[in-house]
Design a protein around this ligand. Structure first.
Ligand code: NDP
Ligand code: 8X3
Length: 254
């Protein structure tokens, strides 16, 4: 490996929230960043902010061919990828399972599960060839603890958690670490997306509560990525200071 080239992180979903904050932090620490997402205008804007150490790649992560082609065409200066941060994802809707929109369910599965495996499968051979790498996946507390309306979103995040552990089983001994970072309530564009552009409804989710900030998660990702190679952080769960668990819901006279 050429030690003169700075380390490179590829971040999916860098146009807002955790992904954008992660790109900014790694850039500040001297890393090269490959920033991805569908909104090309936002990527260009971020690339301008980050400077020449960043490479914007606009594609839809749920499009298997687009993922493969974007990653195959990464220029040689950037293809020495040390960290893949699988962050792109979304929740759509908060309806109960009997009322939920099936298109929303499809899109969450296509993005949070299929997109994650497409990006991982495209990058892994490069990491195995280099004998070095780290895959950091964005799960969620919703993958461990159910809540009403979480249905498929929570299911996709449980997949992230289990897929991370299974990747680890396959990759041990190949120099590749795998971590699932599992945050709770964080104010990003997440709820605006979940409520389909209703900013008022989205802001109520975070009103009068100390939620996680995108920068908190970026710092966690940076910490995970810079641990010495004699350890692997399997999983990190982070809740907002003002967030905890509900009791079991017991229905009387049901
Ligand atoms: P944001 O909505 O702010 O960011 C989501 C990012 O994902 C955007 O950059 C968006 O880019 C990208 N994305 C969504 N769909 C696609 C797609 N089909 N192709 C490419 N990129 C896509 O949300 P967060 O930063 O909060 O979320 C980041 C991750 O963290 C998600 O996986 C989310 O599930 C998870 N998470 C969020 C929590 C929260 O409370 N905020 C808590 C726990 C986990 P673009 O629209 O430009 O394509
Ligand atoms: C996002 C956290 O609790 O809003 O993954 O589902 S939660």
């Amino acid at each position: 490996m050429n030690n003169n080239i700075p380390k490179t992180i590829l971040i999916t979903g860098a146009t807002s929230g955790f992904g954008k904050a992660t790109a900014e932090l790694f850039n500040e620490k001297g890393w090269q960043t490959i920033i991805t997402g569908r909104r090309a205008d936002r990527l260009e804007e971020l690339a301008k902010e980050l400077g020449e150490k960043s490479l914007p790649l606009a594609f839809d992560i749920s499009d298997r061919r687009a993922v493969k082609s974007a990653i195959q065409n990464i220029s040689p200066n950037f293809n020495n990828i040390s960290v893949l941060c699988n962050n792109a994802g979304l929740a759509l809707g908060l309806e109960g399972a009997d009322n939920a929109n099936l298109d929303d369910w499809d899109q969450m599965i296509d993005t949070n599960i299929k997109g994650l495996v497409y990006a991982t499968r495209a990058i892994l051979p490069l990491m195995v060839e280099n004998g070095e790498g780290h895959i950091i996946n964005l799960g969620s507390v919703a993958g461990s603890y159910p809540y009403p309306g979480g249905n498929v979103y929570g299911g996709t995040k449980a997949f992230v958690s289990q897929f991370s552990l299974n990747l680890r089983a396959d990759l041990v001994g190949k120099g590749i670490n795998v971590t699932s970072v599992e945050p709770g309530l964080a104010e990003t564009e997440f709820s605006i997306v979940r409520f389909k552009g209703d900013k008022e409804k989205a802001s109520q989710v975070y009103q009068n509560t100390r939620s996680i900030k995108a920068e908190d998660i970026a710092e966690t990702i940076y910490w995970v990525a810079t641990r010495p190679k004699n350890i692997n952080i399997n999983k990190i769960e982070i809740m907002a200071g003002d967030q905890a668990f509900n009791p079991f819901n017991i229905v009387k006279n049901g």
